[in-house]
Write a protein that binds this ligand. Structure first.
Ligand SMILES: Nc1ncnc2c1ncn2[C@@H]1O[C@H](COP(=O)(O)OP(=O)(O)OP(=O)(O)O)[C@@H](O)[C@H]1O
Length: 231
């Protein structure tokens, strides 16, 4: 459970406000461009200064540095280091050294197996396809075993079949019991495929979590206008 208590983030002229709790499972974060979705994730990840308090499973994490937070983030550009092997990239989620101790390497290999990259640990990211790079990035988020995972449009650049595969991997492998996933997406189809809940972020205001099926079946006026662009 992720709790945002009276959060305010100010970036120049823009203000984001949130006061909500997000349950375990997958919550899609949707809303128009510039509404504040990435700002919300930055605040949770510790990359933006906030007023208010942030709790994960009852623990106040507000003052902690990003690396000290029980939060893993998966970005669209994957942030894989091109000069390191896939195993080293994934291992960085666990230890801050490049020669992986035997136990860590075994853990990394197991996670690579779970995301469908068995035997590819010694390749560099450049020797992987786009979809395989997405899997490697997902493996790095997975190996960290954090209770909160933030996904900032990580699969937006993939074609529809590959994206569906990655969403299923997020749903069946990353979304373990007790874990809270927040996934920013511009595609309502992504929310339909994997999310139980939706946070609506518009004009700096965060509403929800809404039940995904109920919200999509009868969207409020503002959301209807936004979704209209997808019909
Ligand atoms: N460092 C900054 N300084 C000032 N304003 C900023 C800064 N970063 C973002 N903003 C502004 O904050 C607002 C929210 O941006 P944010 O990236 O959170 O929106 P978003 O909903 O993720 O948009 P998109 O869907 O286009 O990615 C925008 O108006 C943006 O211009």
């Amino acid at each position: 459970m992720l709790t945002l208590e009276d959060i305010t983030v100010t970036l120049g002229d823009f203000t984001l406000r949130a006061d909500t709790s997000v349950p375990q499972g997958i919550t899609a974060v949707i809303g128009p461009s510039g509404g504040g979705k990435s700002t919300l994730l930055s605040a949770i990840g510790g990359f933006a200064e906030v007023e208010g308090r942030i709790y994960v499973d009852g623990q106040d994490i507000t003052g902690r540095q990003p690396a000290e937070r029980p939060v893993a983030t998966l970005f669209q550009d994957h942030n894989l280091f091109p000069h390191l092997t896939v195993a080293q990239n994934v291992g960085l989620g666990l230890v801050s050294k490049l020669t992986l101790p035997t136990g860590v390497r075994e853990e990394v290999d197991e996670v690579l197996r779970r995301v469908g990259l068995s035997g590819m640990g010694d390749r560099k990211p450049g020797a992987l396809s786009g979809g395989q790079q997405s899997r490697a990035a997902l493996a790095r988020a997975l190996v960290q075993d954090k209770p909160v995972v933030l996904l900032d449009e990580p699969f937006a650049a993939l074609g529809p079949a590959l994206k569906a595969e990655m969403l299923d991997l997020a749903r069946y492998v990353l979304a373990a019991p007790g874990r809270t996933l927040l996934m920013v997406t511009h595609d309502p189809g992504d929310a339909e495929r994997v999310a139980e809940h939706v946070l609506l972020v518009m004009d700096g205001a965060v509403s929800g979590p809404h039940d995904r099926a109920a919200l999509m079946a009868d969207p409020p006026e503002a959301l209807r206008t936004y979704l209209g662009g997808f019909e």
